[in-house]
Ligand binder design. Sequence first.
Ligand SMILES: *[C@@H]1O[C@H](CO)[C@@H](O)[C@H](O)[C@H]1NC(C)=O
Length: 548
Amino acid sequence: LVPVGLSSGPAPGFVSDLNPVSSSDSERPNFVLIMVDDMGMGDLGCYGNKTLKTPNVDRLASEGAKLTQHIAAAPLCSPSRAAFLTGRYPVRTVGWAGVFIMNAASGGLPRSEITFASIAQKQGYETALIGKWHLGLNCETSTDHCHHPNKHGFKYFWGFPLTNLRDCHPGRGTVYALEKYLPLRTAAVLLLSTGLAIGAASLVVLFSCFYAAFLTVVPYMNCVLMRDGAIVQQPFSNANLTQRMTREAVEFIERSAERPFLLFFTFLQVHTALFASAQFTGSSPHGIYGDAVQEVDWSVGQILQTLERLGLSENTLVYLTSDQGAHLEEGTHGGHNGIYKVTNFEGGIRVPGLVRWPRKIRPGLEIHDATSNMDVFPSVVQLSGGQLPQDRAIDGRPLLDLLLAPTQRSDHEFMFHYCHSTLQAVRWSPRNSRSVWKAFYFTPNFHPPNSSGCFHTLVCFCSPGHVTAHDPPLLYDLSRDPSESTPLGPESEEDFHSIVDVMERAAREHRASLQPRESEMTPGKVVPKPWLQPCCSSLARLCACNRD
Ligand SMILES: *[C@@H]1O[C@H](CO)[C@@H](O)[C@H](O)[C@H]1NC(C)=O
């Protein structure tokens, strides 16, 4: 298991603890960090998909390392991305961890958070984010850009401050379908009771008018494409969108070839509404979802070819992941989490994780130990020669320690899985065994009740009334039961009580490490505020423009 290019011991200039690496420019790798949106592990050839063609992504696996227990810090975009960028559990950085659905909200990744990009930038890296951000935009005015990627270490930004929404694609429905968010019964009761008091008819009419107007302007409000601080397309068009993103990424690599650089390349695909350019439409046997996955793969191929053409492959660490598992509740078009159960179980958080760094990481390496998308943070800090912040908890662990010495066990003995801001489950990989215990303190109630997901509500809710509590916790051993099909009890697992006790102690310690913080997603922070609305023309023109 000796990595290629290493006879023994760590690579020159590489240390395996958290001390800063003192490496010269020529040893510091470039970083291309690729994130797909909502792509399941089961969608990729290298993770066992037989019908989708993903040769470029598969190449990352065969030429680098494949992580089979790579865990996103949340089964939702915004919190997962906050964790990825900062190396910290979302509960530490954004608090209540739902997703942003309005550009004019005031919440976002706080300025006090430190991203790997800002550390790399300080270390002399050219940095860029191309694609989806989804971590807020403004705080007090429509142009203060307090949460903008440019303020979080990305010197260049071309992309989408929010996310891909159904509303950004004419005729593809809306993500603001209210009955999806409130369980139908609650919505009906709410409407009826208020309606009876005020006069149901007038209220419903008023509300419908307002709602219809809202749906008309929503694409203008939320489907925004920016280059740095300037809006280039509002609403953005999905025509050749992935081609345009790819061209931006290629050009960034070309102009940064002489410098160490860090590119965070983050797709809008394969989030709903699904789209694929003409070239890929009909290219897969799995409809538009499969077409989108194959277009992503093409784009990854363009990036790899660019690195090759510029002679940068050897000294560039390429990482690919997904921010969460396939969002089965959202789409009726596809998405596959392999053998893993839906959102809020393993399927929502177990994501692809591929790392290629030729001559350092042994080609074809497979790591089955627990790793996290938060591990990218300390890895970038370490390899760029920066220093980990000392004033805060960092939950990620340097990936390269494991990848360069694969006989070691992962540092993630415990991991904590949240449903919004509530600790839902603990994962424990004991040092002295191959078991991977996962204990659930509560599980979501599925809608409809006999289904295997929250299909009426788009996402699973985490508040009492939407969940079933478990005391003692529901215990699974993922090493024997990766699909979380049969919970263990004292009858089936003789060490049941001591196992859940250890996990409970770890949960208590983890809770004690949390600092109280104001959530970035309080109702006051997620509600759209007209004065924060990014707008490139005038309200009379609905803020529309196209300068792309
Ligand atoms: C491959 O991915 C598609 C699209 O998500 C899915 O429908 C199919 O079941 C997957 N096949 C396998 C063998 O995993």
